[in-house]
Ligand binder design. Structure first.
Ligand code: SF4
Length: 334
């Protein structure tokens, strides 16, 4: 459960039902009314990590667009078949309850506080409008682990209800969390959970606040047993000392706990951050070795060199393929 120190709320958001419910939740903490979320979220002098250690919540009303075309890294769909759906994402929640050392958000956003846009209807209407042009895949968790925010606002519940009414839209929620209460709901055919998995030595040191790998596997198993569509993401693979053994053991443990036949697909990817964000996040994090690897610059990103990527294919890619077959495994590097 996220613990926010205070609430900044735009006057326009405070006037909404959702805004009022947030103000009620913060009855015992400071609530500060602001004209625009930029007053807090876009301050250039903010320290991302200082704010992550004592985060506030910012509630605002978003302006269009409420939907964006996604780069391929957004989504956990393997393969490049001609029948693939277009991929879109949205930004209703910015910044994350969790705090992974390698998170690109610390290079993207000047502020570590969580920003939530309360006008869910506008996001849903935009997603419904887009469906008039044909089926597509919608990632609602690109800029946050939205499922971890559910105790504050049930945004994922809203997207599940949306999915039931809009069969042309396949909604994907990606998480590093434990089994959410939402799993007890009736599954929807066009609603997909993707769990991101990391070895213990990566999760314990570099994924602060996230569920342990064992608890993520328990959640995956629970989701499968309740009939949900489930995908896996081994992404990003992080090259810590001993990574080959660690990822091999993780994949073996995964398919000991989880029946491979029940996994729709899995992706794996490498650490990669757009150059525009990379320098800022590296400068801000002298404390974590995962951001101070001798990276190379390629295709507009900072990433591992080709020999390291080849080694990841030979270990993680090969191992996943041995359990799932090549048609259910894909490499993501864009
Ligand atoms: S779970 Fe994802 S969005 Fe959240 S901090 Fe970790 S990498 Fe960033």
């Amino acid at each position: 459960m996220p613990s926010y120190r205070s609430l900044y709320v735009e006057a326009s958001a405070a006037a909404t039902t959702v805004g009022r419910s947030l103000i009620d939740q913060f009855a015992d903490r400071p609530v500060v009314e602001i004209n625009s979320y930029h007053e807090v979220f876009s301050r250039p002098s903010a320290s991302f990590q200082a704010q992550k250690r004592a985060p506030s919540l910012i509630a605002a009303v978003a302006s269009p667009p409420y939907l964006y075309e996604a780069p391929s890294r957004v989504c956990a769909r393997p393969g490049a078949r001609p029948d693939e759906l277009p991929v879109m994402y949205n930004d209703q929640l910015r910044n994350c309850v969790y705090n992974c050392d390698y998170c690109f958000l610390q290079g993207m956003h000047p502020c570590g506080h969580t920003l939530v846009f309360v006008n869910s209807e506008d996001y849903h209407d935009a997603a419904a409008d887009r469906a008039k042009s044909g089926p597509y895949w919608l990632s609602v968790s690109y800029l946050s682990d939205i499922l971890a925010f559910e105790p504050v606002l049930p945004l994922v519940r809203g997207w599940l209800d949306f999915a039931r009414e809009h069969p042309k839209v396949t909604v994907e929620v990606r998480t590093k969390g434990e089994a959410p209460p939402l799993l007890r709901s009736e599954p929807a055919e066009n609603f997909v959970f993707t769990w991101t998995l990391s070895p213990r030595l990566v999760a314990a040191r570099h994924e602060r606040g996230c569920a342990s790998p064992a608890n993520r596997l328990t959640a995956i198993r629970a989701a499968i047993e309740r009939g949900w569509r489930v995908r896996l993401a081994f992404d990003p693979v992080i090259l810590v000392p001993g990574w080959k053994d660690a990822y091999g053991e993780l994949i073996e443990e995964t398919f000991t706990v989880v029946p491979a036949a029940a996994i729709e697909a899995a992706t794996y990817g490498v650490f990669r951050v757009g150059l525009d964000h990379a320098n800022r996040m590296i400068a801000a994090r002298p404390d974590t070795p995962v951001l101070h690897h001798p990276f190379v610059s390629a295709h507009g990103m900072l990433t591992y060199n080709e020999h390291e990527i080849e080694a990841i294919h030979r270990t993680v890619g090969s191992s996943l393929t041995s359990y799932l077959g090549a048609d259910r495994v894909a490499f993501v590097h864009a």
